[in-house]
Design a protein around this ligand. Structure first.
Ligand SMILES: [Zn+2]
Ligand SMILES: [Zn+2]
Length: 294
């Protein structure tokens, strides 16, 4: 199980290094993300895989009915490891990232003085309790998206440990819905994989990768070809953006037959921030958050 996780992190790190070679403009962002990934990997190795055993009957029924296997409250967060990672990410922000430095410093001070309860913050991000996150952001005078991102990044190893446990014991291959079979989350980004270009989606909440329906908008289910179209960024032939005229949603799609790696989509999501801007300028909306929670 840990070998699989190690492989996942190695592939993300490799993809990141490749992107750093290809782009000078993103160097600062990617150098910082590389450090975040390394800290997450270290935490992952310390985070136990929880025992989650659903009965075969329950799994079969849920999958047949199209219900995700878990509710967000079934995800357990390892308190000590997530807090240690949160602290580490605040330190990295303070030392390595001019944009995040003052927020990182304020959060480290809040941790030291006991004004920040990471368990409460973790639950707020896990259960999407906006008021709690807003209250902390206001009290500690840190930008809300920064607080949300640092918290989400620090609980990701716990979420991935849960996903690994569930995916190990459940047969999910036949699931063909546009939402995640494990948690019901929407895809943050999609990939075309294998010779036939099957579509896979990366869950914006838990990080699970699953097979999406082959056609249609993953947000509203619209399959009318005249209402779906793609556009490409300049010079980016591995990336395209699918937009839907019905719900005005868009999703970025990575053609892994031309480059990148289906296991490293989280990195591609960061690298293609310019495509988000382009889609938003055209009047389309990103329906699922980034893995960073914002
Ligand atoms: Zn999920
Ligand atoms: Zn749609």
């Amino acid at each position: 199980m840990f070998a699989q996780m190690d492989e996942l992190y190695e592939r993300m790190k490799n993809r990141l290094e490749q992107c750093r070679k290809d782009s000078n403009e993103l160097e600062e962002v990617l150098a910082f993300y590389g450090k975040v990934l390394a800290a997450q990997h270290e935490t992952q190795e310390q985070t136990p895989i929880p025992e989650i055993a659903f009965s075969a009957e329950r799994i079969k029924l849920k999958i047949e009915e199209g219900f995700p296997l878990m509710e967000s409250e079934n995800f357990s967060v390892d308190k000590d490891n997530s807090e240690r990672l949160f602290r580490k990410l605040c330190q990295l922000s303070t030392e390595e990232n001019p944009v995040l430095a003052s927020a990182g410093k304020a959060l480290l001070e809040a941790l030291a003085s006991g004004r920040l309860d990471t368990a409460e913050l973790n639950s707020a991000v896990l259960y999407n309790q906006a008021e709690t996150i807003e209250r902390y952001a206001k009290d500690l005078e840190v930008p809300l998206p920064v607080l949300q991102a640092l918290t989400k990044l620090s609980i990701q190893p716990s979420l991935l440990a849960t996903v690994a446990s569930v995916a190990r014991s459940s047969k999910l291959e036949n699931w063909r819905h546009p939402y995640c079979p494990i948690c019901g989350g929407l895809p943050a980004i999609a990939a075309l994989v294998g010779e036939e270009g099957k579509r896979e989606g990366l869950c914006s909440f838990c990080g699970h990768l699953w097979k999406l329906p082959r056609l249609g908008c993953p947000f509203c289910g619209n399959e009318k070809q005249e209402d779906l179209r793609y556009f490409y960024g300049e010079g980016d032939d591995i990336y395209r953006v699918q937009v839907c005229e019905q719900c005005k949603g868009y999703i970025k799609v990575v053609d892994t037959r031309k480059g990148s790696d289906p296991k490293a989509l989280a990195v591609d999501d960061v690298v293609t921030a310019h495509l988000d801007l382009l889609a938003e300028e055209e009047g389309y909306e990103r329906k699922a958050p980034r893995l960073w929670g914002i």
